[in-house]
Ligand binder design. Structure first.
Ligand code: BTN
Length: 243
């Protein structure tokens, strides 16, 4: 693994993407920043992180070799790689909130932003951005957010944690034959936040409805069991889990 450590950059995802387009860099090149000046979150949000306290890094994945229609698989690999690293640390009540937030109880501790570079119907490369709250102790005005230090009562070594996550990701991708796919999806689904629990959702028209999370479709849509036993699939823009 080639690790590039930056003291400050706008966004490690943006830095790694530029680097990839302008240089020949290897699979699993990692860019880590002490400070991100314009950290990006999902759906155009910002990702805020106290300088030096947390992991803010991006990994280049060139070996994915999947069709665009299968891009959700990478969400699964990355979520599981982080989940497994955190479960070794015995982080309590770990879950994956669809599509790929890592939760401890009701608090988000990690966010993932995957940006794919496409070539026709194929994924040529992916920039996997990970923001993991490690040693930060206060999160002003952010409800339901926590860090490993708050949860475990001790500081953690950022480099060690990063290496473990990247190693897990390499292992998962290395063993990603077609036969393992069903098993991987099942592993992901069994760790889903609020799976099989009565939950409240909001749709695109701001209507509130009840349902039970059952799993994900092959394209990564969330399967929700609604009233009258109807199973419906929703994409990220179509549904928000309220509680
Ligand atoms: C989310 O909204 O949950 C996704 C957050 C992803 C944040 C990480 S931090 C490292 C990488 N660089 C970015 O600009 N964003 C991702």
């Amino acid at each position: 693994m080639q690790l590039i450590k930056l003291s400050a950059t706008d966004s490690t995802n943006a830095y790694l993407k530029d680097l990839m387009f302008n240089n020949k860099i290897g699979d699993f090149t990692v860019v880590m920043a002490h400070t991100q000046l314009k950290g990006r979150g999902q759906m155009g949000t910002n990702w805020l992180s106290e300088p030096g306290k947390n992991l803010t890094f991006s990994v280049l994945v060139k070996s994915i070799d999947r069709l665009v229609s299968e891009q959700f698989l990478l969400n699964i690999y990355v979520s599981l790689a982080i989940y497994e690293a955190l479960s070794l640390l015995q982080v309590p009540d770990l879950k994956i909130k669809w599509p790929n937030d890592i939760m401890s109880g009701h608090c988000k501790i990690c966010g993932i932003l995957i940006e794919n570079i496409l070539s026709g119907q194929h994924i040529q490369a992916s920039i996997v951005g990970i923001g993991l709250n490690v040693n930060q102790l206060t999160f002003n005005n952010l409800p339901n957010v926590s860090s490993l230090k708050l949860l475990l009562g001790r500081s953690l070594d950022l480099d060690e944690l990063l290496s473990k996550i990247v190693e897990n990701l390499k292992d998962l991708l290395g063993n990603s034959g077609a036969g393992d796919r069903k098993d991987l999806v099942e592993r992901y689904e069994s760790r889903l936040f609020r799976k099989d629990k009565p939950s409240t959702f909001k749709n695109q028209d701001d209507q509130i409805f009840m349902g039970f999370i059952k799993g994900v479709s092959s394209t990564g849509k969330l399967k929700i069991l609604l009233e009258d036993n109807v199973l419906e699939e929703f994409n990220l823009k179509e549904v928000k889990l309220l509680y």
